[in-house]
Design a protein around this ligand. Structure first.
Ligand SMILES: Cc1ncc(COP(=O)(O)O)c(C=O)c1O
Length: 410
C-alpha cells in the first residue's frame, strides 16, 4: 500500500499483528440480518449484560463532585484499593496476605500487562506464553521488542500447559511466564496445583509469573488457588515471584470504564508506578469513586452472573451439533473443533459470518498457527449472548451442516 506519511514508523509496531477483532467484524458486515434471522455475534469477549443500576446511580452522583475531574494518585484511590483487598478475601479466602500497598489501579488490564512488562523487560528479552495465546499479549510484547516464546498446549490435555515443558524454554533472556486462567481463548481453567507448580518454577528460576485472572469470578467451584496465602510455598511470600493482573471489564460488566489492577510487591510497584505515571497518570477517577463504596454489593450480582454463565456453557454443550466438538470450556469461552476436512478455521469462520450470521474467531488469531493444530479450532464467546441465542447459534450450525458441501470428519 502506498504511504501518505513522509517518515518511517517503528519496526516493532510494523512487526506486530493488526487487531484481529475488526477482521471478524468485516466478515459480519457482509451478512444481511433480518428480524427473524439476526446476526449472532460470539466473537468478542464482552459482557452480555449491564452492571447493577446502583452503579449508574453512583456514577451520576460522583460525576457531580469536583474530585471526579481531578487527577488522583498514581497507584489509584486508596478507598477502592482497600475495598478490593476485602473482595479478594471473599474470592481467595480470609487468610490471604494482600494489602492495599500491593495494588495499583490501571486503565484496564491491557494497560496493566503493558506496565508489568515495561517494568520487567528490556528489548530482546523473552516472555513465555502458552499457545493458543491472548492476542494482546503477543501484540504488547512484539511492539516492545520482546520475544513471545510459545509454550505448546494440546487438546488432549485440555489446553492446560505443562510446567516441565515450560522449564525447558527458560533461557538467560527469559523474564516471565504469563498465564491466563480461566483462559482466553480456550476457556481452560488451570487447576490450583498447576498454578502452584508454575509459581514454584518461576521462584526457582528467578523469573516472574504473571497471572492474569480477568475471568476468575466465573469459577464457581471454589477459590481459584492459594498462591496469595501467607505461608503458602514453604513460608515464602508470593511477592518474590508473582505479578497478578485483574480486570473490572468482565465480572463487573464495565469494559468501557477501563479499570484493571496489578498486584505485586511494593518494591516492583515503585517501577510499575513510574510506567503508569508516564502512560496514564492515574486510572479514570469517576469509576474509581463510584465503585469504591459499592464493591461488596456487586458480589451477589457477580455470583448470579457466574451461575448463569455456567448454565449457558452447559446449554451450549448440550446443543452443539456433532461432529463439532468442545476441547475446553470455562470463563467466557468455549474452544471448539470444527468438523470440516481440509478447510481452515479461518475459512469456516468467514463463511459462517458472511453467509450464516454467526460471528466466531478462528484459533489462528490466537497464535495457534505456531502450534500446528490452529486450523481446526474456533473460539465461541459464550458470555456475549443470551441462552436463546446460544440455541439459535447451534440450530444454525446444524442447518449449515446439512447444507454444506464440505466433507466432515467422523
Ligand atoms: C485475558 C484477558 N485479559 C485482559 C483483557 C482486557 O481487559 P481490559 O478490558 O481490562 O483491558 C481481556 C479482554 O478480552 C482478556 O481476555
Amino acid at each position: 500500500m502506498a504511504s501518505d506519511i513522509g517518515f518511517s514508523v517503528s519496526c516493532n509496531i510494523r512487526a506486530t499483528v493488526a487487531p484481529p477483532i475488526p477482521q471478524a467484524a468485516q466478515w459480519a458486515q457482509k451478512f444481511t440480518p433480518t428480524s427473524s434471522v439476526p446476526l449472532l455475534d460470539m466473537s468478542q469477549g464482552v459482557p452480555g449484560i449491564l452492571p447493577p443500576p446502583s452503579f449508574f446511580e453512583s456514577l451520576t452522583e460522583v460525576s457531580r463532585c469536583a474530585d471526579s475531574v481531578k487527577y488522583g494518585s498514581i497507584a489509584g484511590d486508596l478507598l477502592l484499593r482497600s475495598a478490593l483487598v476485602s473482595e479478594m478475601k471473599v474470592v481467595y479466602g480470609k487468610q490471604i496476605d494482600v494489602e492495599a500497598d500491593d495494588i495499583s489501579l490501571t486503565s484496564g488490564r491491557n494497560m496493566a500487562f503493558l506496565a508489568a512488562i515495561m517494568s520487567l523487560c528490556d528489548p530482546g528479552d523473552e516472555v513465555i506464553l502458552p499457545v493458543p495465546w491472548y492476542f494482546n499479549h503477543q501484540m504488547s510484547l512484539t511492539m516492545l521488542g520482546i520475544q513471545p516464546i510459545p509454550l505448546m498446549t494440546s487438546p488432549e490435555d485440555g489446553f492446560v500447559p505443562f510446567v516441565q515443558l515450560c522449564s525447558t524454554l527458560i533461557t538467560e533472556r527469559t523474564k516471565a511466564i504469563a498465564l491466563v486462567t480461566p483462559n482466553n481463548p480456550t476457556g481452560a481453567i488451570y487447576p490450583p496445583s498447576v498454578l502452584a507448580s508454575f509459581a514454584q518454577l518461576a521462584k526457582e528460576r528467578g523469573i516472574a509469573l504473571i497471572l492474569d485472572e480477568t475471568y476468575r469470578d466465573f469459577i464457581t467451584s471454589g477459590p481459584p488457588h492459594n498462591l496469595f496465602d501467607l505461608h503458602a510455598e514453604n513460608g515464602s511470600s508470593w511477592r518474590s515471584h508473582i505479578i497478578h493482573l485483574f480486570s473490572f471489564s468482565k465480572s463487573y460488566c464495565i469494559p468501557g470504564h477501563r479499570l484493571g489492577t496489578i498486584i505485586a510487591s511494593p518494591t516492583l510497584q515503585q517501577h510499575i508506578r513510574t510506567v503508569l505515571d508516564s502512560m496514564q497518570i492515574c486510572a479514570p477517577r469517576p469509576v474509581q469513586l463510584a465503585l469504591a463504596p459499592l464493591l461488596p454489593s456487586f458480589r451477589p450480582f457477580i455470583r448470579s452472573t457466574a451461575e448463569a454463565l455456567k448454565a449457558r456453557h452447559d446449554l451450549f454443550k448440550a446443543c452443539l451439533p456433532q461432529p463439532w466438538s468442545i476441547g475446553a470450556q470455562g470463563g467466557y469461552f468455549a474452544f471448539v473443533r470444527h468438523p470440516f476436512q481440509g478447510i481452515g478455521a479461518k475459512e469456516v469462520c468467514k463463511t459462517l459470518a458472511e453467509q450464516w450470521g454467526i460471528v466466531l474467531l478462528p484459533a489462528e488469531f490466537f497464535g495457534s498457527s505456531v502450534s500446528g493444530h490452529g486450523d481446526q479450532w474456533v473460539r465461541f464467546a459464550v458470555a456475549n449472548v443470551s441462552d436463546e441465542n446460544v440455541q439459535m447459534v447451534c440450530g444454525r450450525l446444524k442447518e449449515h451442516l446439512a447444507a454444506t458441501k464440505w466433507n466432515t470428519v467422523g
